[in-house]
Design a protein around this ligand. Structure first.
Ligand code: IPD
Ligand code: CA
Ligand code: CA
Length: 270
C-alpha cells in the first residue's frame, strides 16, 4: 500500500520547525542541565520535543512517539515516530554549530521515512523506503572509495565513555591507523547523512539509541550504502551499535572491528 504523502510532509515540517526553535535559542543564555556526568539537556531539547509531540498528537492521534527526552514504548506495533529534538546537544550547548533534528517513521518496526535537518547549513536530508535519499531535493549517492587508506571516516563516543575508555579508544586507534583521517563531529544523525552524501566514507559507533540512528540508517541505505551493527548483523534502530559505509568499505571495516586494537597486537621481533 502506498504511504500517505502526509507522512513525509509532516516529517519535513517537523524537522524544519525544530531547526527554527534550535536557532532561536542557539548561542543564547539558555538553561542547561545534566542528565548524567557528561550528558546534557537544554531547555531547547525539551521545547522542541514538546512541539513535536503536540504536532503528532494533533495530526496522527493514533500514532506512537518515541523520543529522547520524554521516552515512549521502545517497540510499539503500528506507526511510531522516532525523534531526537537535538542530535548534537553537547555541541549546541557549547555554541558549536553542528547539530540537527532527526526523525523517522517506523511502521511495525520498519523505517518508512527519515528526515534530518541541520539548520546551521540549511541542509535537509530525506528518504522514503524504496524511493531514494535526497539532500534539499537532490538525489544522494554514497562515495565510491574502495580502500581504507583513501577513506575519511567518522565516529562518535557514548556518554559512558569514561567507563570503557580502552574499548572505545582501542577501536578509534585501529581505524585512525588505517584510514586517511577520522573525524568526530558530535551528531550521529549528521555523521550518517554525511556517509549518505559521500562526504564521509564510513561511520561507526558502539552504543546509540533509536532516535540517534533510525533516520540515518534509512538515509544511508537509500543512498546505496550498507548499514549493520558492529558485529555485522542487519541494521535495526534498536541494535545499539552501528557500522554505516559506502558498501565498498564495509567488509574491511568489519574486519577492523573484529581485530584487537593495535597496541594489543604482538610486536614483530627483528
Ligand atoms: C549524541 C550524538 C553524538 C554521539 C552520542 C549521542 P545527543 O546524541 O549523536 O554524536 O556520539 O552517542 O548520544 O545526546 O547529542 O542527542
Ligand atoms: Ca542523539
Ligand atoms: Ca538529543
Amino acid at each position: 500500500m502506498p504511504l500517505d504523502p502526509l507522512y513525509l510532509t509532516t516529517a519535513i515540517e517537523a524537522v524544519v520547525k525544530a531547526g527554527e526553535l534550535q536557532m532561536a535559542g542557539f548561542g543564547k543564555d539558555i538553561r542547561i542541565d545534566k542528565k548524567g556526568e557528561i550528558d546534557l539537556v537544554t531547555e531547547i531539547d525539551i521545547a522542541v520535543e514538546r512541539y513535536f509531540r503536540g504536532l503528532i498528537a494533533e495530526r496522527f492521534p493514533g500514532h506512537a512517539v518515541l523520543a529522547e527526552e520524554m521516552g515512549g514504548a521502545m517497540s510499539p506495533a503500528g506507526p511510531c515516530w522516532i525523534f531526537d529534538p537535538i542530535d548534537g546537544t553537547t555541541n549546541y550547548a557549547h555554541g558549536v554549530p553542528i547539530f540537527c533534528a532527526s526523525l523517522a517513521l517506523e511502521i511495525d518496526g520498519v523505517a518508512e521515512i527519515g528526515a534530518v535537518f541541520d539548520p546551521s547549513r540549511g541542509e535537509l536530508f530525506t528518504a522514503e523506503r524504496g524511493g531514494g535519499a535526497f539532500l534539499n531535493g537532490r538525489p544522494l549517492r554514497v562515495s565510491s572509495v574502495g580502500s581504507l587508506v583513501d577513506a575519511l571516516l567518522v565516529t562518535g563516543f557514548p556518554y559512558d565513555v569514561h567507563t570503557r575508555i580502552d574499548e572505545i579508544v582501542g577501536l578509534f586507534a585501529s581505524f585512525i591507523g588505517r584510514a586517511r583521517a577520522v573525524r568526530r563531529l558530535g551528531s550521529a544523525a549528521i555523521d550518517m547523512c554525511y556517509v549518505a552524501a559521500g562526504r564521509m566514507d564510513g561511520f561507526w559507533e558502539a552504543d546509540l539509541a533509536p532516535w540517534d540512528i533510525a533516520a540515518g540508517g534509512l538515509i544511508v541505505a537509500e543512498a546505496g550504502g550498507a548499514v549493520t551493527t558492529l558485529a555485522g548483523a542487519p541494521f535495526s534502530s534498536r541494535g545499539r551499535s552501528v557500522l554505516a559505509s559506502n558498501g565498498h568499505l564495509h567488509q574491511a571495516m568489519l574486519d577492523v572491528v573484529g581485530q584487537p586494537p593495535a597496541w594489543r597486537r604482538p610486536q614483530r621481533t627483528q
